[in-house]
Design a protein around this ligand. Sequence first.
Ligand code: HEM
Length: 945
Amino acid sequence: MDRLSHTLIEEQDDFEMVTGTLATTSISSNGECQPSPDPGTQSVTGRDNKHSRMSNITNAAAEDREHSGNYEMDSANHVEFTKEDNTWITSRALVMVRSTSGEQASRILESMDSRVRQSLSEKMIDPMIYHFRLKACEELRVQQAINMPRTRAPNQNRGTPPPPPTATPFMNSVDDSNTNNAMDGVDDAEDDDANTNAIHDADCTDGEDEVNDDANEGDYPLATSEGTIDPTADEGAYDQEDVADEDQAEVDADAINDNEDEEEEEEEAEQSDAATDAGIDNENNHDHDHDHDNHNHICTCTIPYSLTSVSILRQNPHGDLELSSNRKITSLTIDHSTSPGNGGTKTHTIAKIEVEPLGSGLPGAKVEQATQGAEPGAVLYTQSCFDRPVQMSFMPNYSDTATNPKLLRVFIGQIARGSQHVCRQIVMAGSWVNVWSFAMIEKAISILIYLLTSLVIYNIGLTLYRLYFHPLAKFPGPRLAAITGWDEFYYDAIKGGRMIWHIQELHDEYGPIVRTGPDELHIRDSSFYDELYISGNKGRDKWDRVAGYSGPPETAVSTVGHTHHRIRRASLNPFFSRQNIRHHEPAIKDRLSRLFSRLRECQANGEVVRMDCAYMALTMDIVSSFAFGSNPSHLSRSDFNVAWHNAMVEPLKGQPYLKQFPYLQALFPLMVALPEAVLNRINPEMSNLMTWMRGMRKDISRTIEINEKGERVDGTIFQAILDSDVPASEKTLTRLEGEGSVVLAAGSETTARCLSVVTFYIMYDRAILRKLRNELGGLRPEADGFFALGQLETLPYLTACIKEGLRLTGVVGRLPRISHEPVQYKDWVIPPGTPVSMANYHTHYDPDNFPSPLEYRPERWIEASQDGLKLDKYLVAFGRGTRSCIGMNLAWTELYLTLAHVVTKFDFEVYDTTIERDIRTDRDYFVTFPREDSMGIRMKVVDAF
Ligand code: HEM
């Protein structure tokens, strides 16, 4: 394109739009913009003279400058505009005039220097036209300064004045006004603009433009001083008869434009190529009029991903990036209804955009819906509140989007040429820029730093408090345990249920009472057991940290308060009474018969039996018939339903995590709520359990319904609770459901483990087997083929075998209790409210009471009794006090009946089972666990009698 040479003023900055040093552009006698008429400095180019009217303007402006310092020419800074520039300026000015309300126009006129007005009036120049031409010149100059492709001029249609700004939808209004979306490019419309009116450039410190205030502050405002951009606002056109003159001027310019068509097409083609280079679909983005050669000149707009703010990084003349301003978007509304898809590119209309007033600074803005429009790949089209459309195109960055989806490439261009307040910086952007969600990241980082600092300070304070000022500070123990409870997590979660062995070492070092955690004491003294786990009204509370995972909410076992626990326990006691268990004896014997027949089958098949699973199937079948009146028949399953065994046992390993992160308990109800198919895929074993729980819930609901009709469902724990005197709040579906789960869990693995360990030792040590068979040989079975329970309970050796089994297995872990009164232990006064624990393991393996504690030696119980020692005092497998095991009568019944009949009816051979690996208590997950590599307790049935 044959551009006339032009000189730009020395700008303070490429991106400083209208400051007080606007280029001193003049309007030549032919009506084109050109350098000011300073003969000494301007390069005047040849032009045809046909638009003589405009020379008046030129002269007027020149004279103005003589009168006013504001219009002082800067001889060093002058500019020349081409014809097409002038065309654009004219059209642009027209649009601005039309979009100016009467009120605004009056303000402009008022603020205009009277001498200027006078001068203009003498030369019959409309001051509004003059004013807006200045602005248009200024815009154009800025674009040229950054070498940005020109926006399609408004009112491109030959002779048709542009329509006034319309209300939403903006896309429509953009189309109507023939400005299309802002990136409509330099298209044929420019051919139409031959309006060669020219305006002298002027120094814009004339005070008529509040934009200058912003610019002078070195800021790059994106908002009006009120901070609002409302593209829906129709400010009402400035009714100007003088527009007719402009139209006439446009007609005059047609002839000139014809020569320029070819050049325009070439330019368009260049730009289209550049867009292709930038990865933009030219078809979809044919309107993206931008210049990719100018990346170095553009400012980089940092628009947070959520569009909470807009900040602009500008590039100074040295090529460095500078942060020029941050403006917070306070509201951004996207009109999705006007968002047609565009070949995979989403197009949205911004219905309204508001930014903060100057000086508000970052950060923080609540932006509704903003993110919806700002996803990578989305294209935001909008029309500014002014006369030009604003387009923001969000496209993935070529290189970084894959690794960092927050990095977008944004094209911002052709925006609101007339909207100097708001978008002039964006006008300058006019190209593809990288956009990062800095504000969000910065905000997150600052919050993180704040939190970390607070955390560090808090922890330092807490550490000092725990070490020196805590009520337990005087108690012995390692400093680490005094400071943090994480060592417990390490031993229980990381090393796998080993905390009680670590505590054992601490006792060896520090004595019988040790501070094992910041708030917790532990005592290893078998003689103190009954004092801590006290009976009667002085009962202790549970520690809420532990109670939470002992069982589901609302159950007795998870109740913290002693009094509340008593109420709940009272509703269960009758059901677990010795009398009620006797009542269930036939059902227990029935399940035992099933076990015996299964063992005979195994013998016949030569199968190796997982005794731990067989006994688990037995205890689950028994407890199910006892508590729920049902028969799940785990015994009948070929593998004794090993899946159920695992489903009941494996979750216990999660207890250390639940203790450290109690909120994980919230996941359990979610798991129950998961659809069966989903859970089945995730964990088929748990899925069985969940299915069972759902079934139980149905049964309970039915029981409640039947009770409401005045009828009963006898023989279940649910009916027992409903029959009890407890308040209705203790008879809810949740409570009943919870108690059902607890009974199934507490009543199966505990007893099963004891049975399988005892069976192992009896079969492993034939001497024990012989003694036991001798003792049992003195009994005669009853009519049902079973020994009478009463008789079995009198057998000392059988009882000793069971006690020795309970000593080595059962609940081995700590059972914290909290007293509301000070507790005296030796010289120590334990402050009220302190959780104090004793591990059953330490009592059961106390060598003072049980020499060679790791050995299975039933004889110790016989010998102790003969020596008058009350060894039973130290058998605490079922706990003691108000919270001891409620199911111990059932457990004893099962143990007596099962062991007595198994040893007399079957002979087993231990199969690849070792004491070290499979029998000995190695881990504490509330109940005893063998070593990790255990393969179960396996035996072969070699004989059946
Ligand atoms: C050898 C077998 C068993 C052992 C070693 C045993 C051990 C224990 C222990 C130590 C506790 C106290 C837990 C604590 O303080 O948090 C307890 C509580 C409990 N046990 Fe057992 N138990 C056995 C069998 C059973 C059976 C067969 C049932 C039911 C059918 C049962 C049901 C319960 C219940 C419901 C509790 C909670 C009591 C409460 O908090 O009031 N247990 N058990």
